[in-house]
Design a protein around this ligand. Structure first.
Ligand code: SF4
Length: 448
């Protein structure tokens, strides 16, 4: 039997006058390289576009899929004369999807494209869709589930649409190292499933959601990617590409190659390989269009590396920790440095992951980060979660007690005021680190 191969298309079209990215031309080129939009989508089909709009962040941050990329995909898909183009999202827990659509600029684009289609007498309906607010759900039994998601409630609309186009932006991610095609599909489930996913191995849970919701086309926004301490303190970086594939695993692998991420250090690929979701072997991936080496731009991604030796003044015990908790360790330790607390607090030990011995220290000098350390919870300050909240570690070290939002009033009276006060210092620190890495001012890194 012939071995399974996958194709990944890369386009980087530039405006000949301005020299800037021609987003529409790049999107069209990627669809053409993949066989052409009218071959992939039939007249009258319902098409869901799933951008990444999970946080209320503006287009200048590169945290959400660029509204101009969403516009270009809408215009491309329209060529196939579908009956509906539905732009759907279920924003991160605690975030309002419609607010995210507004702040990201996607809502404006959808309204403009809908009005233009109507004015031109086109039959296609172009609309926003908040997956969180949909009550028409189907409870699917997940076959061969890999996590404990045996059943998954998915909106009927997603299951009955002829096509789902997964439309992520490439970005560094504090709790998953990076986010692209595979992770973006987490935004198709409502909060209850979302929360279940975070209480176990997130990478395996993502594979189970992929089994239930299977986008057939994946288009990546890699025009400006969010590097550094994204998604909350991103450093946008111009790469200038649109990428596409029917295989999300192959696409994420090649997207990592384009920005220089070590894929061996990311737990997604092993999980995706085991789930049989796509091709994770470069020898079986055909890259068409631009060559990786011609569009390569190294992205600053501080969530990878040897965490045990990275802060030698501290006793960090992270044997067996998965990439999610390691990334959070990087975020929180660097925050302590930024705030000038790193030396002062360095008599504290931090335990992360399942395979670490308890040091012989007083309870208040031992931080237990994440559910893997729960067995020691009486012997240290235990921050629950899998992974825990993103800033729980530094806030707990700063306060000398567990700060996990469980104490009534703590979010309003301690967590928010501290994070707001710390943010300018942290942001200045991140910008300085980014400038050191890239060798140029941060305001010159992205294309606007
Ligand atoms: S607690 Fe942290 S290290 Fe343990 S499984 Fe969860 S995310 Fe991974």
């Amino acid at each position: 039997m012939a071995e399974k191969r996958s194709v990944v298309a890369i386009a980087k079209e530039l405006d000949p006058v301005t020299g800037k990215s021609d987003v529409q031309a790049s999107v069209t080129k990627v669809f053409d390289l993949m066989g052409g939009v009218t071959k992939m989508i039939a007249r009258g089909d319902k098409v869901i576009l799933k951008p990444n709009a999970g946080h209320a962040e503006g287009p200048e941050t590169a945290v959400c899929t660029s509204p101009e990329v969403v516009r270009a995909v809408i215009r491309e898909v329209k060529k196939a004369m579908p009956s509906r183009i539905i732009i759907g999202e279920s924003a991160a827990i605690g975030c309002d999807t419609l607010e995210c659509f507004e702040v990201s600029g996607i809502a404006d684009v959808v309204r403009e494209e809908a009005a233009a289609a109507e004015a031109a007498g086109e039959k296609v309906k172009i609309e926003l869709y908040d997956i969180k607010r949909d009550n028409d759900l189907i409870n699917l039994a997940v076959r061969d589930y890999k996590s404990n998601i045996k059943h998954c409630k998915i909106p009927r609309l997603l299951l009955e649409a002829e096509h789902i186009i997964n439309l992520p932006i490439m970005k560094a991610h504090a709790s998953m190292v990076f986010s692209c095609a595979l992770k973006n599909i987490k935004g198709t489930v409502q909060d209850q499933v979302h929360s279940t996913m975070h209480q176990q191995n997130l990478a395996l849970a993502m594979m189970d959601v992929w089994w239930a919701v299977r986008p057939d086309i994946n288009i990546v926004d890699a025009i400006n990617v969010a590097s550094g301490f994204s998604p909350h303190t991103p450093t946008p970086l111009y790469v200038g590409c649109i990428m596409g594939s029917k295989d999300p695993v192959a696409l994420d692998l090649i997207a990592c190659d384009v920005v220089g991420i070590d894929t061996n250090a990311v737990s997604y690929f092993k999980a995706a390989d085991e789930a049989g979701l796509g091709v994770a072997d470069r020898d079986r991936i055909d890259v068409i269009g631009e060559k990786v080496e011609d569009v390569y731009r190294k992205m600053w991604i501080p969530y990878l590396g040897d965490m045990a030796s990275r802060w030698p003044e501290w006793d960090i015990r992270c044997e067996g920790a998965c990439s999610s908790c390691q990334a959070l360790l990087a975020l929180n330790m660097e925050t302590l440095k930024a705030l000038g607390l790193y030396d002062e607090k360095s008599d504290i030990s931090v335990l992360v992951g399942p395979r670490n011995e308890l040091p012989d220290k007083p309870k208040e000098k031992i931080m237990l980060h994440g559910n893997c350390t729960k067995r020691y919870q009486d012997k240290g300050l235990f921050i629950p979660g899998c992974p825990p909240g993103e800033t729980g570690l530094y806030l707990s070290i700063k306060a000398g007690r567990v700060v996990d939002g469980e104490i009534p009033g703590d979010i309003e009276n301690y967590i928010r005021p501290n994070m707001e006060a710390d943010h300018p210092v942290w942001e200045a620190y991140v910008n300085k680190k980014a400038e050191e890495f890239y060798g140029m001012p941060v305001d010159q890194l992205a294309q606007h």
